[in-house]
Ligand binder design. Structure first.
Ligand code: SF4
Length: 322
């Protein structure tokens, strides 16, 4: 007779996984493939998730990093959810390419803020992570040297503006709420006239997923975040769990990556997923726990999400009119 599996409570964060911007971006690629047939080119990973990217590749999407990798065959090209510098659509137009922009509308909102501040003559501070495609896209809305990148409280302390009375700040959408608040506090203390966004640049999805982790992390032995290592919002979820006192917080792409020995003995585990991780991967992780434990799953919800974004006009029109 086999001994019964030990009990395990799973606290499942809600909301978790796909946000409206990711959902829209994936739909754009899928609809473009349906409407125009393969291949459809996608500049950069449409969203930061290998499983999603491989699935779209299997349907005929071809992923490239730059437009010059795309031959002049008139095939559609899609820009990823993270947004692109202005030079990218400009270059596509020069080459007569047909392109669809899957930039999340909440990233586009930050782009518009940057342009508006610039028009008003303000020097702009972007709070974000160097090298992230969203940061490259946002900085690329304006001429080089116009936007100063601040990544840490130290950077904010050292930042030397041209005119302290004429400053504005914007942020990446997927940052840690707490880290960003600390950086903003330093900027506001040093430059009281600095202008910020009317409504937070950190998006609703990032906020809700971090708040859900904050509720769960103190109550569990380990926190498993399903997401990609290059996904900013997934990385932040792991960090938030750690800061809330959960010493065993791990970021994994698939169930096969779980290091069971490192997790040790568990009685309660929290599970969440970054905004670009599909629910099927969360189910896979729960199934992996269920092979080793008698699991009971409790959903811990901190917000309802009902946001959905419109598709680009070309994909909303009936095919003949597109
Ligand atoms: S994480 Fe936020 S900004 Fe990024 S795609 Fe999702 S909704 Fe848009």
């Amino acid at each position: 007779m086999t001994s019964p599996l030990p009990p395990l409570d799973i606290l499942l964060a809600a909301p978790r996984g796909f946000c409206a911007g990711v959902d829209r971006a994936i739909q754009i690629v899928e609809l473009a493939l349906e409407r125009y047939g393969p291949p459809v080119y996608v500049r950069h990973e449409i969203v930061h998730n290998r499983f999603v990217v491989e699935g779209l590749k299997a349907k005929g999407a071809v992923f490239v990093e730059e437009l010059d990798e795309i031959p002049d065959t008139g095939r559609p090209v899609i820009f990823s959810a993270h947004g692109v510098p202005k030079s990218v659509p400009a270059n596509a137009e020069t080459r007569g390419m047909f392109f669809l922009d899957a930039t999340c509308p909440l990233v586009s909102k930050v782009h518009k803020e940057a342009v508006l501040h610039h028009r008003r003559g303000r020097e702009i501070v972007l709070i974000g992570h160097a090298g992230h495609p969203e940061v490259i896209g946002t900085m690329g809305q304006l001429p080089e040297g116009t936007v100063a990148l601040v990544e840490t409280v130290d950077d904010a302390t050292r930042f030397a503006p041209r005119d302290p009375a004429n400053l504005a700040f914007i942020t990446q959408t997927t940052l840690s709420l707490d880290d960003t608040a600390a950086i903003v506090a330093v900027l506001k203390a040093r430059f009281p006239a600095i202008v910020g966004p009317h409504k937070e640049d950190i998006c609703y999805a990032t906020t809700n997923r971090q708040e859900a982790v904050k509720r769960i992390a103190p109550a569990v032995d380990a926190m498993v975040v399903v997401g990609a290592p290059n996904s900013s919002n997934s990385q932040r979820l792991r960090e938030v769990a750690e800061r809330e006192g959960c010493t065993r917080a791990v970021l994994i792409q698939r169930a096969a990556e779980i290091d069971w020995a490192a997790l040790g003995s568990l009685r309660r585990v929290g599970i969440t997923a970054g905004a670009s991780a599909p629910e099927v991967l969360v189910e896979e992780v729960i199934a992996a726990f269920a092979e080793r434990y008698t699991v009971s799953v409790e959903v811990v919800r901190n917000a309802e999400e009902t946001i959905a974004f419109n598709l680009p006009r070309e994909l909303r029109l009936p095919p003949a009119a597109a």
